[in-house]
Design a protein around this ligand. Structure first.
Ligand code: C2E
Ligand code: CA
Ligand code: CA
Ligand code: CA
Length: 279
């Protein structure tokens, strides 16, 4: 009963914060976040199962709000999308991540991909390919080491424009991955049409492995299908050794999750890169 009261108090205060800090105030704050340098990136490793090495690192944005503390992207990315602020924020993420990756590359010459999440709004922006090219040029990162993560929702919107944008990105030579695979309205035919390099199995299917027989069946099916199409498969949200073992048995190419490494500041990634192999 004591715990319950504590939880209620916490919920009450957070909903009160939400009321005081209205949508508009948060938006005003987000507009200034970029110029006030309140945004920063954490990086999470993606590990290649067969070589037990870090092959890619995903950039995940955070907002250090002057009053509210650290705000999760699940809270402010939707607002950034609604207001269009995702376009400048996304460009900052892309440039910062490429520059950081270039630093890692200089201190350790193994090829390491940097993965950046792209929202649907960014994907629809006419200048996307110019922004990507410019971020690559300014950082000195080779195109094939930039991984762009797109969701099924982004790809299913307005198929013709989508094809054109994808073709432009492919012409640049970036590595394209479908994020949260299996959660959107996926039609298998688009996997053939959209020439991507990898699928990331959504965390919701990895949860409960290996005991959950439905998730196990889905995971096996996604891996088999991806390999049939010559795509790499990444499992996200790997939290236990049992999950890792099962994914390894199923032939999953790469794994990402708290068991392998939390989203971390760049210094920690540099340490992880120096310590090999990681599994
Ligand atoms: P996502 O792209 O699916 O990223 C994976 C999320 O799962 C991250 O949450 C990560 O911290 C979390 N995660 C990683 N491993 C585990 C695990 O083992 N267990 C659990 N429970 N969670 C794990 P995060 O950083 O809060 O980001 C949430 C979402 O916000 C991302 O989901 C992505 O959709 C979006 N996001 C983050 N950064 C950016 C960005 O720079 N641009 C855009 N457009 N979206 C972003
Ligand atoms: Ca992602
Ligand atoms: Ca994901
Ligand atoms: Ca997600």
């Amino acid at each position: 009963a004591k715990n319950c009261g504590k939880n209620n108090a916490k919920m009450y205060s957070s909903s009160l914060t939400m009321q005081i800090m209205s949508h508009v105030q948060l938006e005003v704050g987000l507009r200034k976040a970029l110029q006030n340098q309140e945004l920063y990136l954490l990086y999470q490793p993606q590990i290649d199962v067969s070589s037990a090495t870090i092959v890619s690192v995903e950039a995940l944005v955070r907002w250090r709000h002057p009053e509210r503390g650290i705000i999760s992207p699940t809270e402010f990315i939707p607002l950034a999308e609604e207001t269009g602020l995702i376009v400048p924020i996304g460009e900052w993420v892309l440039r910062t991540a490429c520059q950081q990756a270039r630093q890692w590359q200089i201190s350790d010459d193994r090829p390491l991909r940097i993965a950046v999440n792209l929202s649907a709004k960014q994907f629809k922006d006419e200048n996307l390919s110019q922004i990507v090219l410019s971020a690559l040029q300014d950082s000195g990162m080779p195109a094939e080491l930039l991984e762009l993560e797109l969701t099924e929702g982004t790809l299913m919107d307005d198929a013709r424009a989508t094809m054109q944008t994808l073709e432009r990105l492919r012409a640049i030579g970036v590595y394209l991955a479908i994020d949260d695979f299996g959660t959107g309205y996926s039609s298998m035919s688009y996997l053939k049409r959209f020439n991507v390099s990898a699928l990331k199995i959504d965390r919701s299917f990895i949860t409960g492995l290996p005991q959950d027989s439905e998730n196990a069946a889905i995971t096996r099916a996604i891996i088999a299908m991806a390999h049939g199409l010559k795509l790499n498969v990444v499992a996200e949200g790997v939290e236990t050794n049992e999950q890792l073992r099962m994914l390894e048995q199923c032939g999953c190419d790469m794994v990402q999750g708290y068991y392998l490494g939390h989203p971390s500041p760049p210094e920690n990634i540099a340490l992880m890169l120096a310590q090999r192999p990681v599994l």
